[in-house]
Design a protein around this ligand. Structure first.
Ligand SMILES: Nc1ncnc2c1ncn2[C@@H]1O[C@H](COP(=O)(O)OP(=O)(O)OP(=O)(O)O)[C@@H](O)[C@H]1O
Ligand SMILES: [Mg+2]
Length: 276
């Protein structure tokens, strides 16, 4: 299920939907020093594209995503959404920027209130944005459950009454309900078994095509990243060391990327295909 690189991204034409420019994040250390979790990170993402961010544990991937989600303030650098600088907009525009980017976490259900039904969980973002009308919850939840391949009867369940895969589908439905342009997935399918991960991957590709969604994936599973993404950004100790089209990932030149690939890929010569 390899996606084609979008022409806009390949040619770099038009305004990127998301652009990070020289983004830095330094955390203060107890000894008075600083830890530079992200150093001068720059890349662009075009509408309808999927970008993968890979790199070893602690290289700054989640820090980068949190800055994009405005959960962390950058030390320096800029983020542009549709050409508008994030964090500088006020009032209505800032809310609109927040609506446009949604995130699915590794175990989103941890963030679910165990006392809330699935219908309320899915519709909560609408409620928070003042966009939910009285009596609409069940109908909206059913529509979004259907979108993620779950029966409408799930609307009345509680988080503990579902499998991990079903909970991640609910998390995706919740991320979709505000009709965002961009969805960030930080290890969102890592905890799931391979068959559930594949089913969710197919669902995400389908939704992307239907809604012209833009995806940002952080994952340790390079095979997953390669199958889902158009381009891949490789990070190492807070820096971007390589940016490569996913279809050319196995030919990447940077020594660190090669190391990362060799740790994950095993090529079976007789079948000439990449296996996990
Ligand atoms: N709030 C914080 N305060 C201090 N240091 C932090 C904070 N958040 C992250 N760090 C440090 O910043 C570095 C990057 O962390 P980050 O979570 O971005 O890594 P990651 O690439 O997402 O790793 P993983 O693949 O394990 O999720 C790490 O050394 C981490 O300990
Ligand atoms: Mg992380």
């Amino acid at each position: 299920m390899t996606l084609q690189t979008s022409l806009a991204a390949e040619a770099g034409v038009g305004t990127p939907i998301l652009e990070v420019k020289s983004l830095c994040k330094a955390f203060p250390l107890p000894n008075g020093g600083t830890l530079e979790a992200c150093k001068e990170v720059s890349w662009s993402l075009w509408r309808g594209e999927s970008l993968g961010i890979v790199g070893e544990s602690g290289c700054g991937k989640s820090t980068l995503m949190k800055m994009i989600m405005r959960m962390l303030e950058p030390t320096s650098g800029e983020i542009y959404l549709d050409g508008v600088r994030m964090g500088k907009a006020s009032g209505k525009e800032a809310r609109e920027q927040r609506r446009k980017i949604q995130m699915v976490f590794q175990d989103s259900s941890q963030a679910f209130d165990p006392r809330m039904t699935v219908a309320d969980i899915i519709c909560e973002p609408l409620y928070n944005f003042g966009l939910l009308k009285r009596g609409e919850t069940l109908a909206i939840a059913t529509r979004y459950l259907d979108m993620v391949g779950l029966d409408g009867s799930f609307a009345k369940r509680y988080p503990h009454e579902m499998s991990g895969g079903q909970r991640q589908r609910v998390a995706i439905a919740r991320a979709l309900v505000l009709e965002p342009d961009i969805i960030v997935f930080d290890e969102a399918t890592s905890a799931l078994d391979v068959s559930v991960q594949d089913a969710i991957a197919k669902l995400l590709v389908k939704l992307q095509k239907e809604k012209n969604l833009t995806y940002l994936f952080v994952a340790h599973d390079i095979a997953f990243i390669r199958s889902m993404c158009h381009r891949v950004v490789v990070m190492y100790y807070g820096e971007v060391v390589e940016e490569v089209a996913a279809k050319h990932l196995t030919e990447a030149k940077h020594p660190y990327t090669r190391k990362l690939l060799s740790a994950v890929f095993e090529v079976t010569p007789e079948r000439k295909r990449v296996v996990r």
